[in-house]
Write a protein that binds this ligand. Structure first.
Ligand SMILES: [Zn+2]
Length: 982
């Protein structure tokens, strides 16, 4: 690869370095620099107060209270009782930050920090106040210098600071109006405690092998928490350069986005690290850490230094991450045809972390279990997870960091892409992980949610900090990735790649929105293509139909609008009449059947442009068509025995076959399932069970479809069928429907006996062999299958006798621990080992095992330990409550606990955060009785009355209602089917 991308980045950086705060070269067009093109300038000002406001402000400047008396509702009141001059959640756009100089001094003993910053800003329109974000910071002093003041070294003028905590904003009032098109420097001194939770600049602790507890300080800002660490313009559109300095003691190191330039020794032995100025970026990507970690390093082909950091005792678990990140960085630099623009990339395992990882530019932070790999205790699915998360975060260095969404409503442009790039990159860098066969599950996971009426469009309104947090959900991540996969399948790999390269190059260091992406994908001629006069859709593999479609840019935009601006998933109903196929599209709704009165209203105005694909018994070719209308007809060229839509499950839609369609497919699976592609078999199983939820297919038909599974050679399809059967089992077991529970258990153990019996207790075989082993043995032992329990007990005893030194095969570790946890001695021993273990992968498995105990007092003890946060870290509390709620003995306990301790939980996790949503839905969404529904409803009502409202409440209520209906309707069928079949 040539170095063009790198050179551009170097130039941008050189420009931003310089010496003084105004050394930034004046750019030709600062608005383009800001991400706003001149023609958009007018639009952007809509968010500024009407100009009248500024004039009025000047008029009333001696007495803003007069203004307030005129319309008190228009202005909030600051904490000091004065009028706060800004009333919107979004910041005014009259002031643009260009450069931040930050000096931070955290004290890891007193657990607080003092800091100062100088922000160079550009004034776009005359104004008398500067509004920026600040949360939980004590502002000590604020002053302002004009360009002239700086030149003549005049001291800054002191500013009045008003604070409006409800909007997490402060306003700096300037004595003299700031003039348009001039630059100023704002200096602020401030201090705060290191935060207790997982956001802003927070403390994290870990235990050494010797039992000592050590503290580190780390940042986590996305989406809106940079304002907890320093006052800033905390919106993704306000990209700026950052020069960071950190003071520390000599026993610590400091890390930040950029490499260290120098270290200065201060009086009293303190050290001050100076970091290179960053490239232009959003505030949520700024990061710094003060810790005592050690690292391993390597160099990517392009010369970028990659390092993996972890607490000293976990150093030996960092090597796999280094190998993977070097491989993936090389891959992405090549795939995107853009060099990673920073000189270094650090990946750091943080002992306390709320989510899985965070893509801070150049300093990516991870939960320990998302980065560290311990060959002795990490299973194959742990390996897949670590590799996926690294692939995801590295993709963000381009999708998100280099090109950022304009606002959080389009967070899918970050998250959908990063999730999708996991697939693209792993297929090439780690083909042995066979992730391609698992990707459909990414889509199946979100379909559950997207087929409820309470789902939301991919691009959704998000205003408040809570709403913004709630955008980080399966719709943004999974559905985003799935519609990109569908689009790539439709456009061809080559066109898709060219389009995203175009998008990334065009919007580098800037912000983009949906339409910019569609535009790049349909006009992806690179400079070189157009210069040579060549037409850039020259891929001869595409059908003429597709090509014609592509040429009309507006149609791609229109097509994708139906997937991003409209919630839900379409159902394609296929009816074959001779050689003609009648297609019909409707909105797929699980839990609402066509006979329900609300069905009609819920269908209104829904229409997608669906790129459908199909294959038939007479041709292996993939046929394509775009279904844009409610109904359409296709003519088959030959007579055919069967037709299968959604080839390889690449499309984001569900298919129902009317008439004899399903029977034909069931017969086909029974006679020779290999005539269908493996992913088509997987898709059929998924769709059949989804259609049962929507009342379109009877449960016995879906169950009949699984009767071929004994012969299934594709493990993902086999696992999918098993997953649905296990789900049915868990549902009837939980509700204590003993006859069906017993019969289903008997059926599962009998029918899958050949599969269970062939599993060995070793770590051998392909990824899918190993996944199958974990799943099947876990289920067999859960169902009390004697040979399984016996083998697991034997291994557990040997492990205990060896004082935890025996190496148990990693893929069966969870099963062995879970069986061992059923005796008091075993459970206690596991808890001891939990405390001692240095492997996050092992701790997760032990915690799961402990949560399967049948003794409520043991489960309660776990919850108490999780609340205390010492032995079981607070970061693991959500997963713990989730696991306990899945245990029939623990479900009521977990639910009661959440109800009674809601305010305590909110002290640990922010409302809207991922853990709090996981806790609420994890302890309720599996309920399936009217009493339970009522209880949950009452609880949510009481929360709303206290001012806590989350979108997830509606999703949960709808899910429980769906479960109730499902059971009422299908339980008799299940009971009967089992009697006939077994
Ligand atoms: Zn992400």
């Amino acid at each position: 690869m040539d170095s063009s991308g790198r050179r551009e980045a170097d130039e941008a950086e050189a420009k931003s370095k310089g010496s003084g705060p105004f050394a930034l070269a004046k750019e030709n067009n600062v608005y383009a620099n800001f991400g706003i093109l001149p023609e958009q300038k007018v639009k952007a000002e809509i968010r500024s107060p009407p100009f009248k406001f500024a004039t009025t402000w000047i008029e009333f400047t001696s007495s803003p209270i007069d203004q307030f008396n005129k319309d008190p509702r228009a202005f909030p009141i600051a904490t000091n009782g004065e009028i706060f001059p800004w009333h919107e959640l979004r910041l005014p756009t009259v002031i643009i930050p260009l450069h931040y100089d930050l000096l931070i001094h955290p004290n890891l003993t007193s657990l607080d920090f003092v800091a100062s910053e100088k922000i160079e800003v550009l004034v776009r329109d005359a104004t008398q106040f500067i509004v920026l974000h600040s949360k939980d910071l004590e502002i000590l002093n604020a002053s302002l210098q004009s360009e002239e003041d700086v030149r003549y070294r005049k001291p800054g003028e002191s500013l009045t600071v008003l604070s409006y905590p409800a909007h997490q904003q402060i306003a700096l009032l300037v004595p003299e109006k700031l003039r348009a098109d001039l630059r100023y420097s704002v200096a602020i001194d401030f201090q705060a405690k290191l935060a207790d939770g997982f956001e802003g600049f927070y403390k994290s602790t870990y235990r050494t092998l010797g039992g000592e507890t050590r503290t580190i300080a780390v940042t986590d800002f996305e989406p809106t928490e940079a304002r907890m660490a320093f006052p800033c313009f905390d919106e993704p559109l306000f990209k700026a350069n950052f020069s960071i300095k950190i003071r520390r003691e000599s026993r610590h190191i400091a890390l930040s986005n950029m490499p260290k330039v120098k270290t200065i020794e201060l009086e009293g032995g303190l050290l001050e690290d100076h970091f290179e100025t960053t490239v232009k970026m959003s505030t949520y990507l700024v990061a710094y850490i003060v810790c005592d970690f050690t690292s391993v390093s390597g160099t990517a082909s392009s010369g970028v230094k990659v390092s993996i950091y972890a607490s000293p005792d976990k150093w030996s678990q960092t090597h796999y991450a280094l190998e993977a990140s070097l491989k993936l960085l090389d891959y992405y630099e090549n795939y995107f045809d853009i060099h990673y623009p920073l000189p270094k990339l650090d990946l750091v395992a943080i002992p306390d972390f709320a989510s899985g990882a965070m893509e801070n530019w150049g300093l990516v932070t991870y939960r320990e279990t998302s980065l560290l790999f311990d060959p002795k205790t990490s299973s194959i699915s742990d390996k897949l997870w670590v590799t996926k998360v690294i692939a995801h975060e590295l993709a963000h260095q381009w999708f998100g960091n280099l090109v950022t969404m304009e606002w959080w409503n389009d967070i899918w442009l970050n998250e959908g892409f990063a999730t999708y790039m996991e697939l693209i990159s792993l297929n090439i860098t780690y083909p042995e992980l066979q992730f391609d066969d698992d990707f459909s599950n990414t889509c199946f996971e979100v379909i559950k949610r997207d087929s409820l009426n309470s789902s939301h469009p991919i691009s959704n309104q998000a205003k408040t900090a809570i709403q913004i947090k709630e955008m980080f959900d399966a719709v943004s991540y999974n559905k985003g990735a799935c519609i990109l996969n569908m689009l790539k399948d439709f456009l061809s790999e080559d066109t898709f790649r060219k389009g995203i390269i175009h998008y990334l190059k065009k919007f580098s260091y800037r912000n983009a929105k949906n339409d910019d992406l569609w535009h790049s994908l349909s006009n992806n001629c690179l400079e070189s293509d157009s210069a040579s006069g060549g037409f850039c859709y020259s891929d001869s593999k595409k059908t003429s139909n597709t090509l014609a479609f592509l040429r009309k840019n507006v149609e791609l935009k229109e097509m994708m609008a139906t997937w991003t601006l409209q919630k839900g998933i379409p159902l394609v109903v296929v009816k074959r009449e001779g050689r003609s196929l009648r297609l019909q599209q409707e909105r797929f709704l699980s839990g609402v059947s066509k006979e329900d009165p609300e069905w009609g209203t819920l269908q209104e105005r829904y229409l997608w442009h669906i790129p459908v694909t199909y294959s038939t018994s007479s041709s292996h070719a993939i046929h394509r068509h775009i279904l844009k209308l409610k109904t359409d007809t296709l003519d088959l060229s030959e007579k055919t025995d069967w037709v299968k839509f959604n080839v390889d499950s690449n499309g984001y839609y569900i298919v129902h076959y009317e008439g004899q369609g399903w029977d034909e497919l069931i017969t086909l699976l029974n006679q020779n399932h290999t005539l269908l592609r493996p992913k088509d078999r997987l898709g059929l199983i998924h769709d059949a069970f989804q259609l049962v939820s929507a009342g379109r297919l009877t449960l016995d038909k879906a169950l009949d479809l699984t009767r071929y599974l004994q012969r299934e050679t594709s493990i993902p399809a086999l696992l999918k069928g098993l997953e649905y059967l296990e789900l049915l089992y868990r549902m009837v077991e939980r509700r204590n429907i003993s006859d069906v529970t017993e019969n289903l258990k008997h059926y599962l153990l009998q029918y899958f006996k050949p599969v269970i019996d062939t599993q060995s207790w070793v770590d051998k075989g392909s990824v899918w062999d190993r996944m199958l082993r974990s799943t099947v043995l876990k289920l067999a032992c859960y169902l009390n299958h004697a040979p399984c329990i016996q083998k697991a007990t034997e291994l557990f005893s040997q492990w205990m006798e060896s004082s935890g030194k025996l190496n148990i095969p990693t893929d069966v570790l969870k099963v062995v621990y879970s069986v061992g946890a059923q005796t008091t001695a075993g459970w206690n021993y596991l808890l001891e080992q939990y405390e001692l273990s240095l492997s996050g992968a092992e701790k997760n498995k032990i915690l799961y095992a402990l949560s399967t105990s049948k003794h409520q007092e043991k489960l309660m003890k776990l919850i108490e330990l999780g609340m205390e946060g010492k032995v079981i870290k607070t970061q693991d509390l959500a997963a713990l409550l989730f696991a306990i709620a899945r245990n029939p003995e623990g479900q009521q306990l977990a639910w009661n606990f959440v109800k009674e301790n809601w305010t305590h939980l909110l002290k640990k996790f922010d409302l809207g955060s991922f853990p709090i949503r996981m806790i609420v839905s994890g302890t309720t969404s599996h309920f399936s009785s009217k009493d339970e529904l009522q209880e949950v409803e009452l609880f949510f009502e009481s929360l709303k009355a206290q001012g806590s409202h989350l979108d997830i409440f509606q999703i949960i209520l709808e899910t429980i209602s769906k479960n109730i209906k499902w059971l009422e309707k299908n339980l008799p069928t299940l009971r009967k089917w089992l009697l006939i079949t077994t």
